[in-house]
Design a protein around this ligand. Structure first.
Ligand SMILES: C=CC1=C(C)c2cc3[nH]c(cc4nc(cc5[nH]c(cc1n2)c(C)c5CCC(=O)O)C(CCC(=O)O)=C4C)c(C)c3C=C
Ligand SMILES: [Fe+2]
Ligand SMILES: [Fe+2]
Length: 347
């Protein structure tokens, strides 16, 4: 009997501090990444030390609202378990194992690369838990992986899936459910809120904003007629100009027009500080103070079965089958020079 093909699936996410003492080193790791601050190392390192020190107190206060640390790892672990179950069904002849590689906190990419090497897989599939590609997220994780991984197997990358059918369907389902649960208030505006980026990152050719807009348009099309919707960007950090419109401006403007708000996270697939603190506390308060009649927050995708099934299909599709070459279907238009297809980082 031949040994079963071993497939390691590596889930990429950003990571979050697991307690108050981890907040500063986590922030330091984030700001020393050249994908986040593009300055030379001799400037970036002291800058990262300075920003992580000055930001620590406010960040700790926000993490305290969630019990002191980020729920991102436990949430990602649930997704890994659900995906492993879906893959066991989809690929019964293979032995699949899901690993988690966080970029800025434990389990760090370097440690996960060692664990994957020790398992000696035949195939490694890199699966970012970021549906939309950005050089600051997926691009950074792929680079870190390439630097760290010295193990066996063919490494394939699922670089992005912004308009994947299962992703779009899952978003539409959660939006409808949350809206109906709130009594379907009218008139209402649906706000697709994504993590923002400095404008200069987009001007340098990052496809993230284009992919965010494509996801939102696809979800709106799936929801059908009758939805008033907009895309906005949250979580601005630092003095640079960030892409807009900002979620807080859009919340104020809709509230002042007497619209109820249905706010859905469109770039995050799990609950963490940007959803549980920013969307649930800061923006809810802002909306209520500005007279918003009803503020509905749609949950992140988490382990929504359709979404997990879509991830499993993406893994299966990334593996070679007879006569079919694995491919990334996304094609960025215009001047998106840093699209992973152009960079050759795709499968
Ligand atoms: C689509 C996802 C994300 C993009 C794009 C992104 C870019 C980006 N982020 C910062 C700065 C911070 N991000 C922080 C936390 C954080 N960010 C994301 C996702 C994206 N970031 C996640 C999943 C998390 C983890 C949240 C958790 O629960 O721990 C933080 C720390 C929190 C805070 O202090 O506000 C910072 C800082 C920049 C500068 C950037 C692009 C240049
Ligand atoms: Fe892609
Ligand atoms: Fe971030």
């Amino acid at each position: 009997m031949s040994a079963r093909r071993k497939i390691a699936v590596v889930l990429f996410n950003l990571g979050g501090p697991d307690g108050p003492d981890a907040v500063r080193p986590f922030l330091f790791n984030l700001f020393r990444d050249p994908a986040i601050i593009g300055a030379p190392a001799f400037i970036r390192y002291p800058l990262a030390a300075l920003i992580s020190t000055t930001r620590e107190k406010a960040a700790k206060a926000n993490y305290a609202i969630m019990g002191g640390g980020s729920p991102l790892l436990p949430e990602t672990e649930k997704q890994a378990v659900a995906l492993a179950d879906a893959l066991a069904e989809a690929l019964p002849d293979a032995e699949t194992r899901c690993f988690i590689a966080m970029r800025y906190w434990k389990p760090l990419t370097e440690d996960t690369a060692k664990a994957v090497k020790a398992w000696a897989p035949d195939e490694v599939v890199l699966l970012p838990l970021y549906p939309q590609f950005s050089t600051t997220t997926t691009g950074s994780s792929v680079k870190a992986w390439k630097k760290a991984y010295r193990g066996s197997g063919t490494v394939r990358t699922i670089c992005c899936y912004p308009t994947d059918d299962a992703l779009i369907e899952a978003h539409a389902r959660l939006i409808r459910e949350a809206y109906e649960k709130a009594g379907s208030p009218k008139p209402a505006r649906l706000l697709f809120s994504a993590h923002g980026l400095p404008e200069k990152v987009i001007l340098a050719g990052d496809p993230y904003q284009q992919q965010i807009e494509a996801t939102a348009a696809a979800v709106a099309a799936k929801l059908g007629e009758g939805w008033d919707w907009k895309v906005s960007y949250q979580s601005r950090v630092g003095p640079l100009k960030w892409i807009g419109p900002s979620t807080d401006d859009e919340i104020l403007s809709a509230s002042e027009q007497g619209l109820s708000l249905v706010v859905t996270p469109i770039a995050f697939v799990s609950e963490h500080i940007e959803t549980l603190v920013e969307l649930d506390h800061e923006y809810r308060e802002l909306a209520e103070e500005a007279g918003c009649p009803t503020y509905v927050r749609v949950p992140a995708l988490g382990i929504e079965p359709g979404f997990i099934g879509g991830l499993a299909q993406a893994v299966v599709g990334s593996l070679p089958r007879e006569g079919i070459a694995p491919a990334c279907v996304w094609q960025c238009g215009g001047d998106r020079r840093q699209c992973p297809r152009t960079l050759g980082a795709g499968a």
